[in-house]
Design a protein around this ligand. Structure first.
Ligand SMILES: [Zn+2]
Length: 238
């Protein structure tokens, strides 16, 4: 794998902005090549703030929003798939994992980020993306040869943070193994969120949560985090 490449795998346009924005931008600023993938175009999301032009769909608007946020994050490549928003759990898991595997082979990241089994909000699309990415990562790890990703991280939340689960049930979030101070990127986080104008009603109430804006938390799934290991302060290992 190329030492300084990172891939973040998400389900919807805006997952990347709710997620670890500061770490993505930090990677860019430290010379990493980064990519984000969204498995859907988010066409089932909030649409009441959007004035669609003739022939335009909410999916079109949200794809443009994630591409704009990608620029704020400094990502080099934005992969946008067209699975149905809300329907990822109906896609055969092997199919989804194979498609993630294709992107891993193509992008060759050393570090892979995605949701944990809780999906942060327990959204079934998030959980499906977690399963597919974890499978694809481990499959590639098991293959002989040099082209193997080195680290798999799940985005997680500060212990005790209450998150509503309107879409489904999921296990509790995994405890952070890695806590990254991204205070210097608070403005970048706000800018990335602002790219998702159609979803303003979702993110605006969270802007009062300073910790969310200034700290990224991850669970390191691979290599497994040792019981005596001190907390990490970065995901950008070369
Ligand atoms: Zn989402």
């Amino acid at each position: 794998m190329v030492a300084k490449r990172l891939l973040a795998v998400w389900a919807h346009p805006d997952d990347e902005a709710f997620g670890p924005v500061g770490s993505m931008r930090l990677a860019h600023d430290q010379g990493w090549e980064t990519a984000i993938l969204t498995a859907t175009r988010g066409e089932a999301g909030q649409g009441h703030l959007v004035h669609l032009k003739a022939g335009q769909t909410l999916g079109d608007v949200r794809e443009a929003e994630v591409r704009a946020a990608g620029q704020v994050l400094g990502v080099k490549q934005v992969y946008v798939w067209r699975y149905s928003d809300g329907g990822l759990q109906k896609v055969p898991p092997e199919e989804l994992a194979e498609r993630v595997l294709d992107v891993l082979r193509q992008w060759q990241p050393a570090v892979v980020l995605t949701f944990g089994p809780d999906g942060i909000t327990a959204h079934p699309d998030h959980v499906a993306v977690h399963v597919a990415t974890q499978r694809a990562f481990m499959k590639l790890r098991d293959e002989p040869g040099a082209d193997r990703p080195e680290r798999l991280y799940y985005a997680t939340v500060r212990p005790g943070r209450q998150i509503e689960h309107p879409m489904g049930e999921a296990p509790p979030p995994l405890p952070p193994t890695t806590v990254v101070d991204v205070q210097q990127y608070e403005t970048v986080k706000r800018q990335a969120l602002a790219c998702h104008a159609s979803q303003q009603a979702e993110w605006e109430p969270l802007l009062a949560d300073t910790d969310w804006l200034t700290t990224d938390r991850f669970f390191r799934a691979f290599p497994p985090f040792g019981p005596d290991e001190p907390l990490e302060t970065t995901i950008l290992h070369e």
